[in-house]
Design a protein around this ligand. Structure first.
Ligand code: 5RP
Length: 290
């Protein structure tokens, strides 16, 4: 493996323990303003320091993430469909490699739709993307099994993940299922799980724990973090499982404790009274001088 590719992969999967906490905020690329991600800047900001990498589109990256903050970026480069369109699987690659390099992407992400109407197109897209990305030492993450019609069992997920790896994907993202070991063991590259639809926090932590126990290297989680009533508490609890080997009870206790300290902020915090008064005083002084 080339040095650059290895180095970029290490931004995403931490070499110290071979684990990864990726925060997924790319949903808008086909869902539009999803609940709790209507204002991406506001959603992402408090969570940034608790994720190892951030998965998103270039549009949200450029408009909603501070370029001075050193978070590795997993750039969503596929799209072209919407939730109200005819077929979600009809995706193309929408970002060229030059732009991915310009935003300093640590990895590129795209979806394949195994069993979908446009299965062939998306698998060929993956092969072509790997060809291009490898020239620049950029790893590719393949997202599998998106879509409400997919039967997410071990048989199907093993098929989809293995096909992604055979095309050269360096990481595969999929959904947790019963007998998840089968999916992991038949996939020769690291597997991470998506969280899926919002479920109660304890269940999402259980999902994380079981996936790690079955061999997943980590999570690329979205809704179960930022749709929680306490997103910071939730990402920290997920992190405690992935990076500190916490069990479900320990992680849930941590969530409960932290959720009291840091509940969700729906509006930007107003300035503390004292500061507001201070700035009003400053303004008055300035006006007097004029
Ligand atoms: C959709 C994606 C999302 O990033 C993925 O579904 C992860 O988010 P969530 O945990 O909300 O399922 O790739 O195509």
């Amino acid at each position: 493996m080339d040095w650059g590719l290895k180095n970029r992969l290490a931004h995403i999967i931490k070499p110290a323990n071979n684990r990864a906490v990726m925060l997924a905020v790319d949903h808008g690329y086909f869902l539009g303003p999803t609940e709790s991600l209507e204002n991406p800047k506001q959603t992402i900001r408090p969570l940034l320091k608790y994720c190892d990498s951030l998965m998103l589109t270039r549009g949200v990256l450029r408009t909603s993430v501070d370029a001075n903050y050193p978070v590795p970026v997993v750039l969503r480069v596929s799209g072209g469909t919407s939730i109200i369109g005819e077929d979600l699987s009809n995706e193309e690659i929408t970002v060229n490699i030059e732009d991915a390099i310009r935003v300093n992407a640590s990895a590129l992400a795209m979806s394949i739709f195994v069993g979908g109407k446009y299965e062939k197109q998306t698998i060929v897209n993956l092969g072509n993307l790997v060809n291009e990305a490898e020239q620049y030492g950029i790893p590719v993450l393949a997202v599998t099994a998106v879509g409400k019609d997919m039967v997410r069992d071990a048989r199907y997920l093993s098929l989809a993940c293995r096909i992604a790896a055979e095309q050269g994907a360096h990481i595969v993202k999929t959904y947790y299922c019963k007998d998840f070991e089968k999916v992991v063991n038949s996939c020769p590259v690291p597997v991470i799980i998506a969280g899926g639809k919002k479920i109660p926090e304890r269940e999402a932590l259980e999902l994380t724990y079981n996936a790690i126990k079955a061999g997943a290297v980590g999570v690329d989680m979205g809704r179960n973090i930022w749709q929680s009533n306490a997103p910071v508490a939730m990402i920290k609890a997920v992190r405690s499982i992935v990076h500190a080997n916490a069990n479900v009870n320990q992680a849930y206790d941590l969530f409960k404790k932290l959720s009291k300290e840091s509940p969700k902020q729906t509006k930007p915090q107003s300035k503390p009274q004292q500061t507001q008064n201070k700035s009003k005083n400053k303004q008055k002084k300035k006006q007097k001088k004029k």
